[in-house]
Write a protein that binds this ligand. Structure first.
Ligand code: ATP
Ligand code: MG
Length: 376
């Protein structure tokens, strides 16, 4: 048997881009599946393995639309019918209903409908199973392509997106909370290679907060089979300074501006082109449109917010799927609690005025300098 890897968006690219993306996709399949033979034809990739487990793992690779574990046969009609029958015998028992789904590509002496009709009748005669095209117990797919045909009974839907690391680097602000591991995942899914930055409020919070961030980053590393470059930035002392600022309603806005500034400095060092955050419009006081605009004004590189239009329950659903949710809900105290009456409409002028009380640029530089850098 062999695993078919289907992709869709890559197939729409120009020839050179497509070649580059296919190569990246194959590389990442190898990284995730280990030592397997992988071949390529007709805009499809074939993994030479008969493991169901590999079929599932391959589906999770970014850029993959779906996968199927298939039996590969010759597409000559008589042979094909025989093989479909053979396959059906192993999959359908007498009291089950089935449907044959046949698709065809290329030049053949027969149509796909003919194959379905002839093979379907044979299957009924042999197994006593009933045909049910709308709600079958078993679905058998036959995909005919030129001189080959593939028979399978399962399509595992894939992660989608673009192959990992084909869109360059970005700094991803990861707190370990529910949102930011998901935003990092979404950026990775579109081909971004993230450099994770955790602003560590220690000693204002205990070690659990740090561990939580680290564990979520490790889950993301596992998805691409590569340890992600990570910065743990000592943020405690600076955060203490920020809390003392007179205009206390600005707390969260000033805190986020400081995080962005630090991330921008790291981006420059790493030649990363953007910052990724887990902000979602209106989710908390610092994420109103006014405040997001004021936070963005602290820096000049673009901020990507993959979750901007998503509801919390949609974000949670993805967090569960990728395996970060259980870690993110572990007890931790990520921030000291926002001000009692946080401003929801801070202007850049007001933020700048408040920041005159502290040396924001110098502090950001120093924090970036002192960060602990490692691969998680
Ligand atoms: P999350 O669930 O990711 O913690 P949140 O909804 O709690 O996010 P905020 O605390 O306002 O929202 O943070 C908004 C974004 O800022 C986060 O999604 C993350 O990208 C970034 N961020 C917040 N705290 C930290 C931190 N300690 N280190 C790094 N990034 C952070
Ligand atoms: Mg948070």
């Amino acid at each position: 048997m062999v695993i078919i890897i289907r992709y869709d968006e890559i197939g729409l690219k120009s020839k050179p881009v497509r070649a580059r993306m296919e190569k990246a996709l194959i590389q990442h399949l190898k990284r995730v599946l280990g030592d397997v033979r992988i071949t390529k034809e007709y805009g499809r990739i074939f993994v030479h393995s008969d493991s169901r487990d590999d079929t599932e793992k391959a589906a999770k690779v970014f850029g993959v639309a779906s996968t199927s574990l298939v039996v590969q046969v010759d597409s000559e009609l008589e042979n094909l019918i025989g093989k479909i029958l053979e396959y059906a015998r192993t999959r359908i028992s007498g009291d089950e209903s089935f449907a044959l789904r046949v698709r065809r590509n290329g030049n053949h002496s027969y149509s796909s409908i003919e194959v379905a009709r002839i093979a379907g009748a044979e299957v009924v005669r042999e197994t006593n199973a009933k045909v049910n095209l709308t709600n079958p117990d078993v679905e058998i797919h036959v995909e005919i392509r030129e001189d080959k045909a593939y028979i399978f009974d399962e399509i595992i839907s894939g992660a989608g997106g673009l192959p990992y690391s084909t869109q360059g680097k970005a700094i991803s602000l990861v707190s370990g909370g529910i949102d930011s591991p998901v935003s990092t995942y979404m950026a990775m899914r579109r081909g971004i290679k993230p450099i994770c930055v955790f602003m560590n409020p220690s000693p204002l919070v205990d070690k659990r907060t740090e561990d939580r961030a680290l564990e979520t980053i490790k889950v993301l590393s596992g998805l691409v089979g590569e340890d992600l470059k990570t910065y743990f930035v000592p943020y405690g002392e600076v955060l203490m300074e920020l809390i003392k600022v007179k205009d206390s309603a600005l707390g969260c806005v000033l805190c986020k501006r400081m995080m962005y500034r630090t991330a921008e400095i790291i981006a420059e060092k790493e030649r990363a082109k953007a910052i990724v955050t887990g902000e979602s419009l209106g989710q908390v006081a610092s994420q109103t449109l006014d405040n997001l605009a004021t936070i963005s004004k602290a820096i000049s590189i673009p901020v990507l917010r993959p979750l901007i239009s998503m509801d919390k329950n949609e974000i949670i659903k993805i967090a569960r799927k990728i395996g970060t949710y259980e870690i993110s809900i572990m007890p931790a105290n990520c921030c000291l609690g926002p001000p009692l009456k946080p401003s929801t409409s801070a202007t850049p002028e007001r933020a700048e005025k408040a920041e005159n009380e502290i040396e924001v640029e110098r502090l950001a530089e120093e924090m970036a300098e002192k960060a602990r850098v490692f691969y998680a």
